[in-house]
Design a protein around this ligand. Structure first.
Ligand code: H2B
Length: 113
């Protein structure tokens, strides 16, 4: 699958979201990410030493998101960051979400827990 070498493609709708079965195949390449109960997004929780480290991580994620033109929902709670990925244009998951998840997993900043 090699998600790291892929690039997100512009998505403006017109295709169906991934099925749960397809999503589960992609999830095997994105360690730590979990399918939401409604199967419309994937999420991962990260924990850091403090707010400064959370923000360094969030800024690194923002950098990737802008490069890929695909953007996660980001929730920041002092030393915890929660990311949710879905493709808004189709109201569910596309390969773009898993490409971004793989690239975020590849960031050198290591969560503390
Ligand atoms: N991010 C996410 N998560 N979903 C989208 O549908 C989306 C996006 N659309 N970032 C992008 C921008 C779209 O506007 C461009 C044209 O690809």
């Amino acid at each position: 699958m090699d998600l790291l070498s892929k690039k997100c493609v512009p998505c403006e709708g017109g295709m169906p979201p991934m099925t749960e079965e397809e999503a589960n195949k992609y999830l095997s390449e994105t360690l730590g990410w979990k399918l939401a109960d409604d199967k419309k997004s994937i999420g991962r929780d990260f924990e850091f030493k403090d707010f400064k480290e959370s923000m360094a991580f969030v800024n690194a994620v923002a950098e990737i998101a802008n490069e890929e033109d695909h953007h996660p929902d980001i929730y920041i709670f002092y030393n915890k960051v929660k990311l949710a990925l879905s493709t808004h244009a189709i109201g569910g998951l596309s390969e773009n979400d898993f490409i971004l998840a793989a690239k975020i997993n590849h960031l050198p900043l290591l969560p503390r827990a």
